[in-house]
Design a binder for this molecule. Sequence first.
Ligand code: PLP
Length: 419
Amino acid sequence: MTEELFNESKKYFPGGVNSPVRAFKPYPFFVKSAGGCKITDSEDNTYLDYCLAYGPLILGHANPKVVREVSNQLTIGSAYGAPTENEIKLAREVVDRIPSAEMVRFCNSGTEATMSAIRLARGFTGRNKIIKFEGAYHGAHDYVLVKGGSGAACLPDSAGIPTDTTKNTLSVPFNDEEALTELIEAEGENIACLIMEIVMGNVGCIEPKPGFLEFVRKITEENDIILIFDEVITGFRASRGGAQQYYGVTPDLTTLGKIVGGGLPMGAFCGKREIMELIAPQGPVYQAGTFSGNPISVQAGLSTLSQLDEEFYKDLERKGDFLRSNIKSIIDDEQYNIQCVGLASMFQIYMNPAEVFDYADAKNSDSERFLRYFRALLKEGVFIPPSQFECNFISSAHGMADLQDTAEAIEVALAVAFK
Ligand code: PLP
């Protein structure tokens, strides 16, 4: 049945999917429904879900409060083309939580958020070039599809993007102070912004080395380069105030997506007032959207964030620690030459024993083995993203018994992967 659906799907959608990361061989399962930490496919197989739609579902699927409040909102309209009080309430939440946020603009995706934040940085500085880290993924727009991670890891430099555009996008390895210093010494006066994932969540899960973020903050400040933290994954995930609060370093601008829309399409960018005030209609940097701040996504965001207090994050981190330490024990006991990485409610396994500091290190991991592990896990009833160059997520809907079952499934799947 799944095969039939996939064959039908391929007639209409390139590769049979509507986003490349969803494709895996021989074919992806098709989802019938989901609830809590579980997702059910068209053949009625149910999986414990650690993909969680690639990050937004920190409360799990169909959280009752979100469902109730979004349903109520639907009955009074789904788009107005005029402001609502709820947009202010959600902006207040963002400003209250995210250390760098003084003003906010809502948009419809993480891609729009990074595209607009880069345009804003260019407008503010009058400079054209930007820096990103190799393997970082900042969405699917032209400025940033250079040495990209996530689905773009198989196509890091997309066709169809003019070299006139990509020549302005410079990249260096993550966690490499020397390479960044050299680049800024050579190009500093032309660089509008440095955009980065604080934790590289699109090549697995790579944390910044101690002191690296402070170094990046200092060198960008000294060279009048706008620092953008792309917290589309880590915002409201790594901690209440995102990874910038977790690591204690504050950028000029922040991009958000995923959790801010509570499982519905949404993005946001926010930051220092003096920069944000340049956005139209207040300033000359144009940015707009028919569905921006749409009442359904805004309500889902509000209903989600209202459940995320400090206690919530402590509890989720405990779950993350529990699963990671179980996986590490399995790896140690069986002496597998691989590693488990992660923080808070994020984790990944690299089929590679050497420490991973950047994209090149991550790429040294054994992809065939990971695929065998992924397939075996599916058979055991656990769904993770089908690539090492993604991150796995835990939600509050995952109970301790689910995590224990997951650890057992991982033990079986790793044994299969190493057979
Ligand atoms: N930035 C980061 C760090 C992401 O992980 C993603 C998506 O995964 C994006 C930007 C793009 O967000 P969206 O897929 O909502 O356009």
